[in-house]
Design a protein around this ligand. Sequence first.
Ligand SMILES: Cc1cc2nc3c(=O)[nH]c(=O)nc-3n(C[C@H](O)[C@H](O)[C@H](O)COP(=O)(O)OP(=O)(O)OC[C@H]3O[C@@H](n4cnc5c(N)ncnc54)[C@H](O)[C@@H]3O)c2cc1C
Length: 288
Amino acid sequence: MTVINATTVDQVVSALREYPQARLVQGGTDVMVEVNLNRARVHDVISLRRVNELRRWHVDEESGTLRIGAGVPYAEMERAPLCLHVPALGEAARTVGAPQIRATGSLGGNLGTCSPAGDGLPVLSALDAIVHLRSADDARDVVVHDFMLGVKQNAKRADEVIVAITVPLLVGFQGYAKVGMRNAMVISAASACLVHDADNGNVRLAFGAVAPTIVRARAAEVWLAERVSLRNSMSLDGAIAREFGQLAAKECAPIDDHRSTADYRRHAVAVLAERLLLRAAEKQGRDE
Ligand SMILES: Cc1cc2nc3c(=O)[nH]c(=O)nc-3n(C[C@H](O)[C@H](O)[C@H](O)COP(=O)(O)OP(=O)(O)OC[C@H]3O[C@@H](n4cnc5c(N)ncnc54)[C@H](O)[C@@H]3O)c2cc1C
């Protein structure tokens, strides 16, 4: 087994060209589970841990965006100053595993694994994030919805590394919530991220763990925008929020498995969406 300890992205993509079967490892919190359970035969490894470029983030005031390196750990996302820029990402990061997992697990790894239960992914979907990929030959940007293809399937080529993710900086409420078999240290049985873009007058809603990949509840988003003024305001009652949640849940395709039943998942996402929308309206009311 060859282990390459890269220190730059250039070294990573050169190594991928030389060892096309090599496995990229950032935090190792997914890869090592696969290895320990004998689900993956890892011959060569390219470690990303010492690639500082992957562990940086910065705000671009001009474009109103935040670029997060693929290797930034959840422990950094859950705390200020990073969580102040993207509160939903902070909330999602706080729900991931235990402190040990958050100290090393990353969005690059969440996207690399592409489990429908990945906690970072509904947030990236609701924010219409862009995934930045590099290979030895080129660089390309992929909208996160085109990147996530199915259960543990994504659009990354074998010769590519995810270098960063860009999300917009928005004015308005952002929230993430998940349901599992216990309150902490739990993989989602159902999850939801709701973002209110008050400047552009829209609400975006994404669900996790209720379909082969993350679901954007686009029909419910349109339904809400036709009924409620969302630009710099949001006045709604409980009945609207409940109907919004129920409509959104219809856009999911959950299954029965060891974590939950399809029926419970459908119920759970309806309630999560309703509660997140009410929280968004409450925040907007306070801010006005
Ligand atoms: C005890 C435990 C609890 C957990 N709890 C949660 C939880 O609550 N929520 C949750 O979402 N996840 C959870 N996980 C799963 C895991 O922590 C996350 O998916 C995490 O985001 C993986 O990040 P990583 O850096 O450790 O990835 P790694 O294990 O290093 O990599 C995962 C995959 O992504 C690829 N990859 C990594 N970085 C890149 C990159 N830059 N470019 C291209 N491909 C890359 C790897 O090749 C691999 O295929 C848990 C895991 C454990 C062991």
